[in-house]
Design a protein around this ligand. Structure first.
Ligand code: IPE
Ligand code: IPE
Ligand code: MG
Length: 236
């Protein structure tokens, strides 16, 4: 059996291009992308991943037209409410990373409720990155470290990797094994900068609305062929 990643993160890209290629408004791509979220999440849990982290809205996505931004948040709210049954059926615990206090109140409320309802589920964690930026996550961790240092809870000399990691948004997450990006782009776009240090990377040309069970199986199979060395030598 090829190795299965414990933690997979996906940059869900290409919704807009998928729609434009069909002569549809961009928001139709987002709507169809929400179906992929449902299918891929369910399949990831069944395959046995411990965590699936999905990049849903970046700190940079506020630059988009207000109409598109509003549509995305409304879609997310609807998803958070409608998926509760599906999450309970599949043992999925919802979590979120990002500057959650900067997202619309009506999304924060739905998020808090879905997190509370699913908190006892153990099969897989679905983590949504919302108003998330990798640099901002490090800034927020630095702020927490500075506050702890000023309060005398940690000495500057005692700050090590574990101390910084403990102040990230989700310190107990399993180590990130695989980053997938859809729609052919070869960049990280400010996602999970700390966590990516030794993750395997896999980019696929498929746009997110067309990324479903078979496409997830394909990247998991690709991961199974990778040889991870972490700077050391492979034991023969
Ligand atoms: C990804 O699709 C969804 C979000 C970033 C919210 P895009 O909307 O970025 O689609 P493209 O890249 O313009 O095709
Ligand atoms: C990354 O996609 C953000 C999300 C998937 C939420 P973008 O479409 O925003 O990234 P760029 O602008 O192409 O780098
Ligand atoms: Mg994009």
């Amino acid at each position: 059996m090829p190795a299965l990643p414990r933690h997979v993160a996906i940059i869900m890209d290409g919704n807009g291009r998928w729609a434009e290629a069909r002569g549809l408004p961009r928001i139709k791509g987002h709507r169809s992308g929400a179906e992929s979220v449902r299918a891929v999440t369910r399949h990831a849990a069944r395959r046995g991943l411990e965590q699936l982290t999905l990049f849903a809205f970046s700190t940079e996505n506020w630059k988009r037209p207000a109409r598109e931004v509003t549509y995305l948040w409304r879609l997310l709210r609807r998803y958070l409410i409608e998926e509760r049954g599906e999450m309970m059926e599949n043992g999925i615990r919802l979590d979120a990373i990002g500057r959650i206090d900067g997202i619309p109140r009506y999304v924060q409320d739905a998020l808090a409720e879905t997190k509370a309802i699913t908190a006892g589920n153990r099969k897989m964690t679905l983590c949504l990155a919302l108003n998330y930026g990798g640099r901002v996550e490090l800034v927020d961790a630095a702020r927490r470290l500075a506050a702890d240092a000023v309060a005398g809870r940690i000495a500057p000399d005692a700050i090590d990797e574990a101390a910084l990691e403990a102040r990230l948004y989700q310190p107990a997450a399993p180590p990130l094994d695989l980053l997938v990006r859809t729609a052919g782009e070869q960049r990280v776009s400010n996602f999970l900068l700390w966590q990516l240090s030794y993750a395997e990377l896999c980019t696929v040309d498929t746009a997110w609305p067309d990324f479903r069970e078979d496409e997830l199986d394909a990247v998991l199979a690709e991961y199974g062929t990778r040889e991870r060395r972490f700077g050391g030598l492979v034991r023969k």
